[in-house]
Design a protein around this ligand. Structure first.
Ligand code: EPU
Length: 343
């Protein structure tokens, strides 16, 4: 069976990554079904080609051309399952646009993912980095993930525990190549409390009665708050937060707070989380730019590709930022997007 799979050669990826880095894939396939995926994996194994799974391309940096086979996930479809009283499960095929799914759920009156409005990318990529914003993470509502196990070539269902979610992290992120996500299922509710406590959102909604808000109104508020600070990848190519917020131990934090009384921090049960954006901002990087790449002037955590920047340009800037934060604060920043392609 051919399942309609087509493999193209030397395909440009500039329009398929939100940093707009112009690289080529040696081979490229658009995947519209699980059968096509299995077939593509077989071809890759026969030809000893590495594979790279590409969703919305919003959380990766191409360091260079992709020497192997890019699998562009275009599985579509969404459906409600198990509607039971106030709760329902929304199943989303991996290639569905995440933001459209948020609006669809919110318009249907279901709550749980409205704070994750306007996050670029696909539903299938959402569990990989456990997307999170405004006090909500994907793992708060995720019921299960259906994936192709690339070792056994079987379709498997993974529970939230199997996914090993943590802040911006999951089993999928730590073990790239093991699974290709086909579908995610979210448990949503008509009556769950809205989460309006994140500072920027609270400020935006300060003169509104939170109890009267619909999930769609919350999604709209989140969109307005995001648009104030975060650049639109269509006009200023970027991959969202370029670094994770670092966690330091209590001793290191106290030393830092003595030197920098205003250090933005969030106490955790085990250590203290710092705001990477604040560290980068204080190190003087906000609004910096060279001929090709720079740091956003309203959110220091975002690197921008201003004009024909290469992966090398982006990674060199990221390294300069890491070094200056290390020198000023003694804190290590970890890059959040995946770095892919030949270096
Ligand atoms: N801040 C600065 N300078 C800046 C930006 C922020 O000092 O240029 C300070 C702010 O004043 C605030 C603190 O840093 O006190 C945190 O800023 P913000 O609330 O904007 O959140 P963040 O920690 O920088 C995280 C996520 C974002 C998400 C927001 C809102 C990470 C790595 N990033 O950013 O995620 O939208 O919270 O929940 O956790 C993304 O992943 O692409 C992304 C945008």
């Amino acid at each position: 069976m051919s399942y309609g799979l087509q493999i193209r050669k030397q395909v440009g990826l500039k329009d398929l990554n939100t940093m707009a880095i112009a690289v080529n894939a040696k081979q490229f396939a658009t995947i519209e079904s699980a059968d096509q995926l299995v077939q593509a994996l077989e071809i890759a194994a026969d030809q000893k080609l590495e594979t790279l799974v590409l969703g919305g391309g919003s959380n990766l940096v191409f360091a260079g051309d992709v020497e192997g086979l890019v699998l562009h996930i275009a599985l579509r479809g969404r459906r409600w399952e198990k509607v039971d009283g106030d709760t329902a499960v929304l199943a989303l095929a991996a290639g569905e646009n995440w933001h459209d799914a948020v609006l669809y759920a919110a318009r249907s009156g279901y709550r749980g993912i409205e704070n994750l409005a306007l996050i670029p990318g696909t539903a299938g990529a959402a569990p990989v980095q456990n997307i999170g914003a405004y006090g909500v993470e994907l793992c708060d509502t995720l019921a299960s993930v259906t994936a192709l196990d690339c070792e056994s070539r079987q379709v498997v269902t993974l529970s939230p525990e199997d996914c090993q979610f943590a802040y911006r992290d999951s089993f999928f992120k730590r073990n790239p190549g093991r699974y290709v996500i086909l579908e995610i299922r979210l448990r949503l509710s008509r009556s769950a409390p809205l989460k309006l406590g994140y500072r920027d959102l609270q400020d935006y909604l300060s003169d509104v009665d939170g109890a009267k808000l619909s999930p769609l109104e919350v999604a709209e508020a989140v969109m307005a708050v995001r648009r104030r600070k975060l650049p639109d990848p269509d006009t200023l190519p970027n991959a969202g937060s370029f670094f994770k917020n670092p966690v330091v131990d209590q001793g290191q934090f106290e030393g830092l707070q003595q030197r920098f009384p205003d250090v933005v921090h969030y106490p955790l049960t085990d250590g203290v989380k710092l705001a990477a954006a604040w560290l980068i901002d204080q190190a003087g990087w906000k609004g910096f730019r060279n001929a090709r790449v720079g740091i956003h002037n309203r959110q220091a955590l975002v690197l921008i590709n201003h004009s024909k920047g290469t992966g090398e340009d982006v990674l060199a800037l990221a390294e300069d930022v890491r070094q200056s934060v290390r020198e000023k604060f003694g804190v290590e920043l970890e890059v959040e997007p995946g770095i892919v392609g030949a270096r």
